[in-house]
Design a protein around this ligand. Structure first.
Ligand code: UD1
Length: 416
């Protein structure tokens, strides 16, 4: 299995261009099942999760072409109503095809997603919401869904799950009547999904707020769309620059999407200047402690940036406490960071203390998960000497050519 060899100490400096968001493209690809037509998506990130979703859509009969970050999905004819167990075990977010498939077909079979490293991550909110739209669901190792009609309903989510909100939207787009989602997830990727499906002719409003209304329509048309920039990938590269004392220009961002991350970077002493379409981050002379960081739903600090921010704080002047409220096992990177000389202590499944140290040192580490692996790359960029990071398939699920991009910005990384 591939590894990264990183010699730390080089500043990450220059101009960065980032493709579309992983957490947008996956639901957009699922939504492409709805219109029984051609879907053209621009700015597609070439990451492992996108290739897995391509395999899933092909396995049920879609015709797919991916060329130069443009994805064309022809969903005119479906040949299967079942998603293979291997895909769902490989990528938990494959569950997102369920809403669109049950909109399209009267009988759908999908497997229970496997346990996930960062937490239990049940799908009860997805399934109970679909039940409220008239879908009969039998749960075993296989989830067997049947329906006559999908009928709009008022759905109150116990917690604002991103995936459940997306699955409800997808199932309700062609339902009979109106569906209202209360306590919906407000993440920017939900707005992108609304924009995409509305371009097909759907009638969805409210995405980005906690109340979403979907008026069912009979027919959807072909669509062409550009995926929003990946706020998490951008934030990760901003930290790469901040942790190495560099200065980085990002050519394209959506400012409100970046603000929860930027506020914390400013607290850490970074300067951020907005340009016409992007931003410039200048790193501090000495990284300041942020003292307390709580992850929470948008527009608060995203859980998907917690590990990377922790890497930055390992070199801060002072003490920090990280409070992870979304997932219950998202500190697996801490023990790996400690191998590099960091001073972190996991206090509970939701709390971790990080005291800044003067230096990190190259070490052999293992990526525990996608963002935890990215955090190790960041620490290695700042560390003295060479680091080896194994299990980088996690990182490749969500970052396109991270080694090539970082090398073009001054890093010294080899993938072996
Ligand atoms: C999405 C993102 C992921 C991000 C997360 C939180 C994608 C592909 N992934 O994941 O990167 O970290 O949002 O911003 O968009 N929960 C339940 N029951 C459910 C569903 C969720 O209890 O039916 C719990 C989960 O275990 C978790 C919390 O709700 O503790 C948040 O999960 P959710 O918002 O659903 O995250 P995902 O959609 O899986």
């Amino acid at each position: 299995m591939s590894k990264y060899l990183i010699t730390g100490g080089n500043k990450i400096h220059g101009t960065l261009s980032i493709k579309g968001a992983k957490n947008s493209i996956l639901p957009l690809m699922a939504a492409s099942l709805l219109n029984e037509n051609i879907n053209i998506i621009h700015n597609v990130p070439l990451i492992a999760d996108v290739y897995t979703m391509i395999d899933i859509l092909k396995s049920i009969g879609c015709k797919i072409d991916l060329n130069d970050h443009v994805l064309v999905i022809d969903s005119s004819n479906l040949s299967s109503n079942e998603i293979d167990e291997g895909y769902v075990k490989k990528m938990r977010s494959s569950i997102i095809v369920l809403g669109a498939m049950i909109s399209r077909l009267e009988h759908v079979k999908i497997y229970e997603p496997g346990g996930c490293a960062i937490g239990k991550r049940p799908i009860d909110l997805h399934l109970n919401s679909l039940r409220q739209l008239g879908v009969k669901i039998e749960e075993g190792s296989i989830i067997d869904c049947t329906r006559k009609k999908i009928i709009g309903n008022d759905i109150i989510l116990d917690s604002p799950s991103v995936g459940a909100t997306e699955n409800i939207i997808l199932a309700a787009v062609k339902a009979e009547g109106i569906t209202r989602i209360y306590n919906a997830a407000k993440e920017p990727e939900i707005e992108d999904l609304q924009d995409y499906v509305n371009k097909m002719g759907a009638k969805i409003s409210g995405a980005g707020s906690d109340f979403i209304e979907i008026q069912g329509v009979d027919k959807l048309d072909k669509v062409e769309h550009t995926v929003i920039p990946d706020r998490i990938a951008i934030g990760t590269y901003m930290i790469a620059s901040a942790i190495t004392g560099g200065c980085l220009e990002v050519d394209k961002i959506i400012r409100p999407h970046m603000e929860p991350i930027n506020k914390t970077l400013i607290k850490a002493g970074c300067e951020i200047e907005y340009t016409k379409e992007g931003l410039i981050i200048t790193s501090p002379k000495k990284i300041q402690a942020i003292n307390f960081l709580k992850t929470d739903i948008h527009p608060n600090f995203p859980t998907d940036m917690q590990a990377q921010m922790m890497s930055l704080m390992t070199l801060s002047e002072g003490d920090n406490v990280f409070y992870e409220t979304i997932f219950e096992n998202r500190f697996m990177h801490c023990s790996e960071l400690n191998k590099m000389g960091a001073n972190t202590e996991t206090l509970s499944s939701h709390l971790c203390r990080v005291s800044g140290v003067d230096k990190l040192y190259g070490a052999k580490t293992t990526s525990p998960d996608l963002r935890g692996g990215a955090a190790l790359v960041l620490a290695a960029l700042a560390a003295e000497g060479e680091s080896e990071i194994s299990d980088i398939y996690h990182v490749e699920r969500g970052y396109e050519n991270i080694e090539g991009i970082l090398n073009s910005l001054g890093a010294n990384i080899k993938k072996i």
